[in-house]
Design a protein around this ligand. Structure first.
Ligand code: IPM
Ligand code: MG
Length: 370
């Protein structure tokens, strides 16, 4: 029996707890069938933590996250917390975890699963076989840059400001992640900024180009302005292998890329920190979708993005490629069998609940492991 792997589960708000329940079944299944056991802790974040403790994430929760091998995060936010104001918002839970744990590399794959090809609003011939990875910087840029604020001017009107800041070090380390990933894929990196408008964009472009010449000449590098990239992603997404970009542009482009695949409900993500001397790194895994308050509590959310986030956790934090691939394979087979949650429903398929979808994945896992 392998040594216990420490996990912190943070279901959060909205559909977060519902989809996380289906991951628990996969964890139980692994315990039973694969003899892998996890040492699981659970805590509150987001609106749930605001209600219980008055803040989106407590320092104690951050320390628990620091102490485990990996964090599995659900989603945070909902209309009931919108009026609390900026300093108390549920989103601070994820932003604080990224910053405090140094989770600078946000990996957002956009892969088209063949059974879902009809769920995309784009033509099948444009997206068939799409396998794209967005590497988004996630502890810097305008999300965290100082100065920031809203000031009141002498005439009583206001002035709001945020600052985009990137250092050579921050750009190099995210670019390295992208180049290293590309080496295991199609060896192509597209670096995205707005060097035509922003000084930080120019520094970004030069820094990535220098690093490429120095250490990654075997990878093909291109540069693109962020607005053009958005257009190219819709026009011909298969031209891309790995896209690397800033926190804000990466946020936008990854939402765009996710819809190429048909549903936000299908896409996982990993956010990785800096490896220490023993190679251990902090890591957080979360679906790209949010808390979806409009469908929360109805039992109709798609649990697959959360399940696939767990598969990424196995792959990146525990090097359990075989188990990760098994979970991914089980999800594809369930979709191929015609079961669908509402978000990916198609003519001729059977519309099922979150729970039935989760059960079906476990059944396929049983078959795959037999
Ligand atoms: C994301 C989300 C977050 C972000 C929000 C919830 C703070 O949109 O993970 O993409 O903007 O980073
Ligand atoms: Mg986003």
């Amino acid at each position: 029996m392998p040594a216990n792997k420490k996990l912190l589960i943070l279901p959060g708000d909205g559909i977060g707890p519902e989809v996380m329940n289906e991951v628990r079944r996969v964890i139980e299944w692994m315990d039973r069938r694969r003899h892998v056991s996890f040492d699981i802790q659970e805590d509150l974040v987001g609106g749930a933590a605001i209600d219980a403790r008055g803040m989106a994430i407590t320092p104690a929760t951050v320390e628990r996250a620091r102490a485990v091998d990996a964090v599995l995060f659900g989603a945070v936010g909902g209309p009931q917390w919108d009026s609390l104001g900026f300093a108390k918002r549920p989103e601070l839970a994820i932003l604080t975890l990224r910053k405090e744990l140094g989770l600078f590399a946000n990996l957002r794959p956009a892969t088209v699963l063949e059974p879902l090809i009809g769920a995309s609003t784009l033509k099948p011939e444009v997206i068939s076989g799409l396998d794209l990875m967005i590497v988004r910087e996630s502890t810097g840029g305008i999300y965290f840059g100082e100065p920031r604020g809203v000031d009141t001017l002498p005439d009583g009107s206001k002035r709001g400001y945020n600052t985009e800041v990137y250092t050579t070090h921050e750009i190099e380390r995210i670019a390295r992640v992208a180049f290293d990933l590309a080496r295991k894929r199609q060896r192509r990196v597209c670096s995205v900024e707005k060097a035509n408008v922003m000084e930080t964009g120019l520094l970004w472009r030069q820094t990535v180009a220098d690093l490429h010449a120095r250490d990654y000449a075997d990878v093909e590098l291109s540069h693109m302005y962020a607005d053009n990239c958005a257009m190219q992603l819709v026009r011909n997404p298969r031209q891309f292998d790995v896209i690397v970009s800033t926190n804000l542009f990466g946020d936008l482009l990854s939402d765009l890329a996710s819809m190429l695949t048909g549903s936000l409900g299908m896409l996982p993500s990993a956010t990785l920190g800096v490896p220490d001397s023993s190679g251990r790194r902090h890591a957080l895994y979360e679906p790209i979708h949010g808390s979806a308050p409009d469908i929360a509590g109805k039992g109709i959310a798609n649990p697959m993005a959360q399940m696939l986030s767990f598969a990424m956790l196995l792959r990146y934090s525990f090097d359990m490629e075989e188990d990760a691939a098994m979970i991914e394979g089980a999800c594809t087979r369930v979709l191929a069998s015609g079961l669908r949650t509402a978000d990916v429903m198609a003519p001729g398929c059977a519309k099922v609940s979150t729970h039935v979808m989760g059960e079906a994945v476990v059944r396929e896992l049983d078959k795959l492991a037999a």
